[in-house]
Write a protein that binds this ligand. Structure first.
Ligand SMILES: NC(=O)CC(=O)C(=O)O
Length: 306
């Protein structure tokens, strides 16, 4: 039997997911995001989450046009308006901000990424997650998408320490389909898995809630999935239905398709109770499936920040 890191949530924390309505005007998107983050914070949230590609439309044709150079950190102010807008949103509202994602350009390699920036309440950058599994699918006649035509993948599991509360794993959208990433983060002590994500009307209807519940029930921790609001006349209408689930995979809060802010309070007792009642962590049989735990984990690699 294997021992695992306990999930630690030092004190209850209120989290808000902003299901944001974005359009084609980046400056307007940033301004609107700032007003919605302020609204979420004024309701008492300590952690606020924005959706995938909150500053731009979602689509391979849009990524290069909206991309900002972030490296070397800190980025040049007038080239990275989204970075500085997110930092200001966190500082002005005294919240931790999981800044959805933005298209990123690495100016030296010319590679593009789908990148989440995470800021602390003082406005300092805490971590960066680049979407690790690119969304390349083809369901004939329904949905075809090839992020890899434009984007490069990130290469790590991102576990962010929020010193007052504990650790949160952050990944983006298609990353949720890979349970290994979530399980590694949970074993390293995360109390929540947060996924900014933009599923579509085909896969959203089939898999969005299923995957959220699967990751919660696999790992017995909180899960949050934060979508853009649905814009039916856009090239990629998002599924919406941002949701927060508890460690038993019960839905605590769910948006519909329109812009909305959903919130929940997370506490450690619910994690511990779930793990007491269904004690998966002491029942695992790594002697039967040792390869699952033996892989080299890129989480150990240096983060871009720090
Ligand atoms: N947009 C994504 O990255 C993922 C998605 O829509 C899906 O997995 O389905």
């Amino acid at each position: 039997m294997a021992s695992v890191a306990r999930s630690i949530l030092k004190k209850p924390v209120k989290i808000s997911l902003v299901q944001l309505l974005s359009g084609t005007d980046k400056a307007a998107n940033l301004k609107h995001a700032a007003s919605q983050v302020a609204k979420a914070a004024s309701g008492g949230s300590n952690i606020v989450v924005l959706p995938e590609c909150f500053n731009s439309p979602y689509g391979t044709e849009h990524f290069p046009k909206y991309a900002e150079p972030l490296l070397p950190l800190p980025p040049v102010k007038d080239q990275a308006p989204s970075y500085y807008a997110l930092s200001a949103m966190a500082a002005e509202n005294n919240v931790y901000l999981i800044g959805g994602s933005i298209p990123e350009l690495n100016p030296s390699t010319k590679k593009h990424y789908n990148t989440c920036l995470i800021f602390g309440p003082d406005g300092a950058l805490l971590s960066i997650h680049r979407k690790t599994h690119l969304f390349d699918i083809d369901i004939p006649g329904k949905v075809t998408f090839r992020e890899s035509e434009v984007l490069s993948p990130g290469n790590k599991v991102t576990l962010v320490d929020f010193p007052e509360y504990g650790k949160i794993a952050v990944a983006i959208c298609y990353d949720i389909r890979f349970p290994e990433l979530a399980t590694i983060a949970a074993r390293k002590g995360a109390f929540a898995l947060i996924y900014p994500g933009a599923f579509n009307l085909v896969t959203g209807a089939l898999h969005w809630k299923l995957l959220a519940q699967a990751r919660a029930v696999d790992n017995q921790i909180y899960v949050g999935m934060c979508s853009p609001a649905r814009v039916l006349d856009s090239s990629y209408p998002a599924w919406g239905h941002s949701m927060i689930l508890d460690p038993m995979a019960a839905v605590l809060a769910e948006a519909q398709e329109d812009e909305a802010i959903i919130e929940s309070e997370l506490n450690e007792e619910k994690i511990l109770e779930t793990r007491r009642n269904i004690p998966l962590e002491t029942q695992r049989r790594f002697d039967v499936y040792p390869d699952v735990s033996a892989g080299k984990v890129a989480y150990e690699e240096p983060d871009l920040v720090g």
